[in-house]
Design a binder for this molecule. Structure first.
Ligand SMILES: Cc1cc2nc3c(=O)[nH]c(=O)nc-3n(C[C@H](O)[C@H](O)[C@H](O)COP(=O)(O)O)c2cc1C
Length: 264
């Protein structure tokens, strides 16, 4: 596969994976790709825990589903992230960023406009929408053959005022390498982020994975091979939309937007 094809073909996988085990060779290649990323002073601050054990994955899935139910039910999720949500093609065309929820579950559709209001959240709760979504999320995670836990060294992160930025930047580069490699391998990858929204749940997972005190669990990802004809998930959390260069590139001074690149 040509490199740029892989780069532009990279996706977040919101749907189910095939149940097949990810081969040991592919697991190794993903980690090798991560380790080849740049890092400040070649510090390589990343650590990974590779998870295939069925019980562990089921527990992570349960915690993830419960977390999703809880944060959606209390309304904080929509409040915190509402500025990223789009509910019409016009809104999407205006912002060219964020998530366009053009395929909501039937139970949620009547609340599209009201989803951010207290009344909307109350109505969703009455219809047990948070439970339905949480269960969808649990199934998605439980159906994943592989999970990566991603950690950073606490001492390295706290070494000096810029250290945390450098560590997270390096980890981001490592994760992008993994993400790109999944394309070559016919795999997909997705953040398991809802437990991060609840410190108590994140602590549960940190303990489950026996993360030592000198490391911090930064993120969890589910991975697997993608079906030939993936079906769209119940809620599509991703978006291919991108801002045109004139909205995020400047020429010489940050007062001058880049011109002439938007059509390329
Ligand atoms: C820091 C970060 C956090 C993200 N969190 C989530 C997440 O919680 N759940 C998810 O499904 N995708 C998550 N994503 C993926 C984005 O939603 C996705 O990259 C974006 O919508 C663009 O879609 P694409 O990756 O398919 O191009 C995250 C990506 C990044 C870089």
């Amino acid at each position: 596969m040509e490199f740029l094809d892989a780069l532009f073909g990279r996706r977040t996988t919101n749907g189910p994976f095939l149940p097949d085990k990810v081969s040991e060779d592919h697991q190794q290649l993903l980690i090798k790709a991560a380790a080849s990323a740049p890092s400040q002073f070649n510090s390589q601050p990343w650590r990974f825990v590779v998870i295939e054990d069925r019980d562990t994955i089921d527990t992570i899935a349960r915690v993830s589903g419960e977390s999703m139910t809880a944060v959606i039910s209390e309304g904080s999720f929509f409040k915190r992230y509402r500025h990223h949500f789009r509910f019409s093609a016009e809104e999407m065309a205006e912002h060219r960023s964020g998530m366009y929820f053009d395929k909501l579950p039937a139970a949620l559709r009547p609340f599209t406009k009201a989803v951010f209001t207290p009344a909307g959240v109350t109505a969703m709760r009455a219809l047990r929408v948070p439970q339905t979504l949480g269960e969808e999320n649990r199934k998605l995670v439980a159906g994943s053959p592989l999970i990566f836990g991603v950690m950073l060294d606490r001492a390295e992160r706290n070494a000096h005022p810029l250290a945390d930025f450098y560590c997270q930047f390096s980890l981001g580069a490592a994760m992008e390498n993994i993400w790109l490699t999944t394309v070559e391998l016919g795999m997909g990858i997705q953040f398991i982020s809802f437990p991060m929204e609840m410190p108590s749940q994140w602590k549960r997972l940190t303990e489950l994975l026996e993360v030592p005190d000198d490391l911090e669990l930064m993120a969890l990802y589910r991975l697997g091979y993608v079906p030939e004809q993936p079906s769209r998930p119940v809620i599509d959390w991703s978006s291919r939309e991108r801002k045109p260069p004139s909205q995020f590139v400047f020429r010489e001074r940050c007062t001058v937007p880049q011109e002439g690149w938007d059509e390329a």
